[in-house]
Design a protein around this ligand. Structure first.
Ligand SMILES: NC(=O)c1ncn([C@@H]2O[C@H](COP(=O)(O)O)[C@@H](O)[C@H]2O)c1NC=O
Length: 522
């Protein structure tokens, strides 16, 4: 070993399911004078291409057997991975047992997650649980003093550089070991979660849908400039399932902690609509949501809801941003624009703004069906609030009082009901022409939310429709809306004072629909 801890690579064990880059790696390792030992399929790929390789069976003296369940699970493999050559007694034992040590292990595991995601049979999923691979990875990682372990095909070029430079130094081997343990931990988490939730749920899980055990693993993305406030430190971590944390940033300043929070709220507000929709978010609440014939129209209508608050907002659109929409957006100081894509001309327009962050995330990216919210000492888990309950369809609404409304008014009620799901409780949302015109959010009583919505709507309140995210506990909040000129209301109903609330609507000649479904957002 040299002073800096470099260990030359003379012997490598390679066994990979994902054969990406394998030939290049094997060819270059051989050219660098490294002896290669490999498992069946890996050895065949290398040998077929003319790369000299020793089959692992030759090392173990034992056939690869039981459909590949036993290949490398052998003392001759594991001794070669675990012996510490800094300990004279280990070196002596290697000599006595006639075992040659490995300096490099390259492994990637059976594609368990991908097999589950493909909808394969449970038997196939079980068969794709790698046993020998993780055992080797963990062994080599433990013995990082001697062995470099590589689990990521993206690192092969760097691996070759190190091999040619005389081997990996100790710091490199430690980092590789850390990555290796993260890799096996993530793999085991996927297996354990699948067992607990799908394959072998206990009786409670079977009844409730919530398994005894759940887990996730996250990898760090960017370290953020600061957290919610400048004295808080922060970073973004990603799990493997996709979502905003995986959005591609095309332009602009680095995302901040609050940008992520607001952009996720914007995504939630806009991406669920079927028609072209735009949401403008400030402090995780909408200051405008609208649908339109196209994104430019939806943006105009969403912006018109509350142009004062839209300044410095975060915009999400559920269709690619067009040049027309981009020109409108460019007129207002905007922190982030999230969309499934940007037309080239739209990018040209928006990139003239140095700071605006432009993010792409495919539409229909499945919002997590399960939501996690940490609390001190634990975590709350719930299914996501989606607009798919029976009470979310107008055909299931109950007309509590008033005339059945015309098609346009009903469309506005449906829009308001869908949009209110993105507003923090207590929420009252006024809509007209498929756009919000006044939003009252986050108040600790519904009367104040109604007042806020009415105040924000100004003259537009007259003839608008209203949605309330939960029932009116008293007629007072509704009365604020009635007095301001709202002509139809949709709300869940379910209060013990529903008769009083409905009577107030009836007296005012205001139509009221009950959904039977609530959409609190805390
Ligand atoms: N059973 C074993 O001893 C064993 N040893 C290595 N593997 C895996 O077999 C795969 C490589 O196999 P092949 O070279 O035959 O395509 C790798 O994903 C490796 O992690 C094994 N397979 C499953 O456990």
């Amino acid at each position: 070993m040299t002073v800096e801890g470099r260990r030359p690579v003379k012997r490598a064990l390679i066994g990979v399911s994902d054969k990406t880059g394998l030939l290049e790696l094997g060819t270059a390792l051989h050219a660098a004078g490294v002896e290669i030992v490999s498992t069946g399929g890996t050895a065949k790929t290398l040998a077929d291409a003319g790369v000299p390789v020793t089959p692992v069976e030759q090392v173990t003296g034992f056939p690869e057997s039981f459909d590949g369940r036993v290949k490398t699970l052998h003392p001759r493999v594991h001794a070669g991975l675990l012996a510490d050559r800094d300990r004279p007694e280990h070196v002596e034992q290697l000599r006595e047992l006639d075992i040659a040590p490995f300096d490099l292990l390259v492994v990637n595991l059976y594609p368990f997650r991908e097999t589950v995601a493909s909808g394969a049979s449970p038997e196939d999923c079980v068969e794709n649980i790698d046993i020998g691979g993780p055992a080797m990875v963990r062994a080599a990682a433990k013995n990082h003093n001697n062995v470099a372990v590589v689990v990521d095909p993206d690192r092969y070029d760097w691996v070759l550089e190190q091999v040619r430079a005389g081997g990996f130094d100790l710091a490199d081997r430690k980092r590789l070991a850390a990555q290796a343990y993260a890799h096996t931990a993530s793999y085991d988490m996927a297996v354990a979660s699948w067992f607990a939730s799908v394959y072998a749920p206990d009786s409670t899980a079977a009844d409730s849908g919530f398994p005894d055990f759940t887990g996730g693993t996250w990898e760090r993305g960017d370290v953020l400039r600061y957290g919610e406030n400048p004295h808080q430190r922060a970073a973004v971590y990603r799990h493997w399932r996709g979502g905003l944390a995986h959005a591609e940033q095309l332009h602009g300043k680095a995302m901040s902690y609050n940008n992520y929070v607001d952009t996720d709220a914007a995504r939630r507000a806009a991406y669920d609509f079927e028609a072209p929709a735009v949401a403008i978010i400030k402090h995780a609440n909408p200051c405008g949501i609208a649908v339109g014939a196209d994104i430019a129209e939806a943006h105009r209508k969403a912006h018109a809801c509350d142009p004062v608050s839209a300044y410095g907002g975060v915009i999400a659109a559920n269709r690619p941003i067009t040049r027309e929409a981009a020109e409108q957006i460019a007129e207002v100081f905007t922190e982030v624009v999230l969309a499934p894509g940007f037309e080239d001309e739209a990018l040209d327009v928006l990139k003239r703004k140095k700071n605006v962050r432009l993010l792409t995330l495919p539409a229909l990216t499945d919002a997590d069906p399960i939501e996690f919210r940490p609390i001190s000492g634990g975590m709350l888990v719930q299914t996501a609030d989606r607009i798919d309950a029976p009470g979310d369809s107008p055909e299931n609404w109950t007309l509590a009082t008033g005339e059945a409304v015309d098609a346009d008014t009903l469309a506005d009620l449906v829009f308001a009901w869908r949009a209110i799901r993105a507003v923090k409780s207590n929420a009252i949302l006024l809509a007209s022409g498929q756009a919000t015109v006044g939003v009252g959010m986050g108040q600790v009583n519904r009367v104040d939310s109604a007042r806020l919505a009415v105040q924000r709507a100004g003259d537009r309140v007259k003839g608008s429709v209203a949605a309330s995210d939960a029932f009116f506990p008293f007629p007072d909040g509704l009365q604020v809306l009635i007095d301001a000129g709202v002509r139809a209301v949709v709300q869940p109903g379910g209060s013990i004072r529903d008769p009083e609330v409905i009577a107030a609507a009836e007296e005012a000649g205001v139509t009221m629909y009950l959904t039977g479904t609530r959409h609190f957002t805390h």
